[in-house]
Design a protein around this ligand. Structure first.
Ligand SMILES: Nc1nc2c(ncn2[C@@H]2O[C@H](COP(=O)(O)OP(=O)(O)O)[C@@H](O)[C@H]2O)c(=O)[nH]1
Ligand SMILES: [Mg+2]
Length: 429
């Protein structure tokens, strides 16, 4: 079996395991997470200088790898899409020509679907370039230092993996399993070492994801779908809702937004701006209003007026010392009372640039609320990409969307195999 046979697409429709215990997060734990998170929230993190480039292997070989990977990439992208990814974006004129800008009505035959797909791919590749480079740089440096497979080698490997945000548990697991690899023990060339490591990582990543359900779930027979967004302050909840609102609105769905973050000054206004841009209405309360009352009003409106989708924005901080998790529970109960099978998704938003901190947040929210999936934002920043391994391995929660910018079009459905392939592509080019 060729190395990249492992990048095959696995289709499964198994429900994710549900988490029902409702432990709550202590205030001090929560404050720590919020604070350290908000330090890294703004786009200033994105202007940090890119770390020095580290060269890898000889050029001819890298070239061969690139070709092999490109072939594989085509195969991956040939897979059927669950829905059209074409998006139009009006405020992106400052971007490079590689931006795809298919107007919603421009399904003109002259522009082939292949072309749109390729442009989409370029935008996506550009957006993720930094996080891929962050991952690859660490690996390339590690490989450049390769002498022999000894104890130091495994220590360096673990350090490299942890540094690339793969997560401690996953790093140990990878290195432990590699110790058993005869092929690695006999490896003399760094290219062989690299191949064995990549194969092991992909194998483990795939094995951990067997029952993963990355699909979005919607209400049956045209009734209202409710999607609740949770996560600490500054991770990108409001921005993600804005992006999804325009995406679904353009796809012909009727969308309503609920501004239930009544804690942060300006939060409602921020959501209203996204609402205007996406041309969707927003239900808002007065400043410092009870978020539950906003949720109630929005759910009732969405149900009575037959909206297709309601996105609920929530606060990421404690309000009046009321525990945030209890607050979220209360919102969920209200939603359920009005629409019994809702919310259809509880999406936890995580800022990928916060690495280990994002993982801690995921643990706490997963333990406390019935999170059904993750939105990983700021993948255009200093995220190291390896976090997707850690989330799958340690959280067993599917990443459903990734954000790679501040514009409405900078959001994509997460395709695990495609993403992991991208990380290694950067490693060999
Ligand atoms: N570069 C980048 N910035 C993002 C992304 N998502 C959100 N942001 C920015 O992160 C900041 C916080 O986002 P916001 O949606 O207000 O977070 P919230 O507090 O969770 O609602 C804003 O400046 C957003 O523009 C992303 O994918 N990439
Ligand atoms: Mg917000």
């Amino acid at each position: 079996m060729g190395l990249f046979d492992i990048f095959r697409k696995k289709k499964n429709n198994v429900e994710p395991e549900s988490t029902t215990n409702s432990e709550s997060l202590s205030e001090s734990q929560f404050e720590t997470l919020s604070q350290s998170n908000s330090e890294t929230t703004t786009s200033s993190a994105l202007t940090q200088p890119v770390m020095e480039q580290v060269g890898l292997v000889d050029e001819r070989e890298a070239d061969e790898w690139s070709k092999a990977l490109d072939k594989k990439s085509e195969a991956i992208h040939d897979l059927p899409e669950s829905e059209s990814e074409s998006e139009s974006e009006s405020e992106s004129e400052s971007e490079s020509e590689s931006e795809s800008e298919s107007e919603s009505e421009s399904e003109s035959e002259s522009e082939s679907e292949d072309e749109i797909e390729r442009n989409e791919q370029q935008v996506y590749d550009e957006g993720l370039k930094k996080s891929r480079t962050g991952f690859a740089e660490r690996f390339n440096r590690f490989l450049a230092n390769f002498r022999t497979v000894d104890e130091d080698f495994f220590e360096d490997l673990e350090e490299t993996l942890v540094g690339a945000d793969v997560g401690f548990d996953m790093a140990i697991k990878i290195s432990d399993e590699l110790r058993e690899e005869v092929k690695l023990a006999n490896a003399k060339r760094k290219e062989d070492v690299r191949d064995v490591i990549i194969k092991k990582m992909v194998d483990l990543y795939e094995a951990d994801g067997v029952n993963e359900d990355t699909q979005m779930h919607f209400a049956p027979n045209g009734s209202t779908t409710v999607i609740l967004f949770v996560g600490v302050n500054g991770v990108g909840k409001t921005t993600t809702i804005g992006k999804l609102a325009s995406k679904y609105q353009q796809a012909g769905k009727s969308v309503l937004l609920a501004a239930a973050d009544t804690f942060r000054a300006g939060a409602t206004k921020q959501l209203q701006e996204w609402g205007e841009r996406a041309n969707v209405p927003v239900v808002a309360g007065k400043e410092k209003a009870d978020p539950a009352s906003v949720v109630f009003e929005a759910v009732a409106k969405a149900r009575d007026e037959h909206y297709d989708i309601l996105f609920v924005d929530t606060a990421g901080r404690l309000q009046n010392n009321v525990n945030l998790m209890q607050e979220l529970e209360k919102m969920k109960r209200i939603i359920q009372r009005e629409i019994p099978d809702a919310p259809h998704e509880v999406l936890l938003v995580l800022d990928a640039t916060t690495g280990q901190n994002a993982l801690q947040q995921a643990k706490l929210f997963k333990d406390s609320s019935d999170v059904t999936g993750i939105v990983l934002t700021k993948m255009d920043g200093t995220a190291k990409g390896g976090i997707v391994f850690a989330i799958r391995n340690e959280m067993h929660l599917p990443v459903k969307w990734i954000g790679f910018g501040e514009k409405a079009s900078d959001l994509r459905e997460f395709k695990p195999e495609e993403f992991v392939y991208g990380l290694f592509k950067e490693l060999v080019s």
